[in-house]
Design a protein around this ligand. Structure first.
Ligand SMILES: Cc1cc2nc3c(=O)[nH]c(=O)nc-3n(C[C@H](O)[C@H](O)[C@H](O)COP(=O)(O)O)c2cc1C
Length: 191
C-alpha cells in the first residue's frame, strides 16, 4: 500500500528556499507512489490553540473544536504515515503560522488531559520529518528547533525521522545547487 504524507508548508516565499528543497522531496515521494496532502499555512486561516481542552472529550479521533483551516490538516494528519513540516527558520524556531499548527496538532491527538490521565496518543506509529532553510550556519540556526521537534515527537509518541536543513547566507545568492539537490534526494529516501 502506498504511504500517505501530510506536508505542512510554511514560508511566505512561495518559490523560496524551503519550497525548492520541498520540490525535490515531493518529486521523490511521487516517484515511489506516495500520496501527498499539501497545506500552505501562510494561505490558511489557523488560530492559535485556545487551551479549551475540547479535544480531550473525544479520545477516538484526532480532533479540535475550533472550526477553521486546521480541520483538513487534522484529517490528513490522522490518515498520514508521515507528517512533514517544511518551513524556514524564524528566530531559532518555526514561523508563527507553522507554530500555530504545531500547537493545535499536539493535543488534538494526545488525549492526556481528559478524564483518563493515561489516555492514548493517536499519533503513535506515525513518523515526522523537518525540511527547513536558514540564513545562519545550520548548527546554530536550526539546533533549537530540531531539539523542540525531537521532544515533540517523544511527547506525542511519533518517530522522529530527521531534518533536512540548508543555508543561504544572503537572499541575493542563488540557493539551489547540485549538492543540496543530492542531499534532498537522499533525505527523501528516509521518508
Ligand atoms: C522574520 C525572520 C526571522 C528569521 N530568523 C532567522 C534565524 O533565527 N536564523 C536563521 O538562520 N535565519 C533566519 N531568517 C532567515 C531565513 O530563515 C532564511 O532567509 C531562509 O533561507 C528563508 O527561507 P525561505 O526562502 O524558504 O522562506 C529569518 C528570516 C525572517 C524573515
Amino acid at each position: 500500500m502506498s504511504k500517505k504524507y501530510c506536508i505542512i508548508f510554511g514560508s511566505p516565499r512561495k518559490e523560496g528556499n524551503t519550497a525548492s528543497l520541498l520540490s525535490v522531496v515531493k518529486e521523490e515521494i511521487n516517484k515511489k507512489g506516495g500520496e501527498i496532502s499539501f497545506f500552505d499555512v501562510y494561505e490558511s486561516d489557523i488560530a492559535g490553540c485556545r487551551a479549551c481542552l475540547g479535544c480531550q472529550k473525544n479520545t477516538d479521533e484526532i480532533c479540535c473544536v475550533l472550526d477553521d483551516d486546521m480541520q483538513p490538516i487534522l484529517k490528513a494528519a490522522a490518515e498520514a504515515d508521515v507528517i512533514i513540516f517544511a518551513a524556514p527558520i524564524y528566530i531559532w524556531s518555526a514561523p508563527a503560522p507553522v507554530k500555530a499548527v504545531i500547537d493545535r496538532l499536539v493535543y488534538s491527538g494526545c488525549k492526556y488531559y481528559g478524564d483518563d490521565p493515561y489516555g492514548p496518543s493517536l499519533f503513535e506509529g506515525k513518523r515526522l520529518a523537518l525540511i527547513c532553510a536558514c540564513g545562519y550556519p545550520v548548527e546554530k540556526a536550526a539546533d533549537l528547533y530540531e531539539e523542540e521537534m525531537k521532544r515533540y515527537c517523544k511527547h506525542t509518541n511519533m518517530e522522529y525521522i530527521g531534518m533536512l536543513c540548508e543555508r543561504q547566507r544572503n537572499l541575493k545568492e542563488p540557493f539551489m545547487d547540485e549538492e543540496k539537490k543530492l542531499r534532498a534526494t537522499e533525505f527523501a529516501k528516509l521518508l
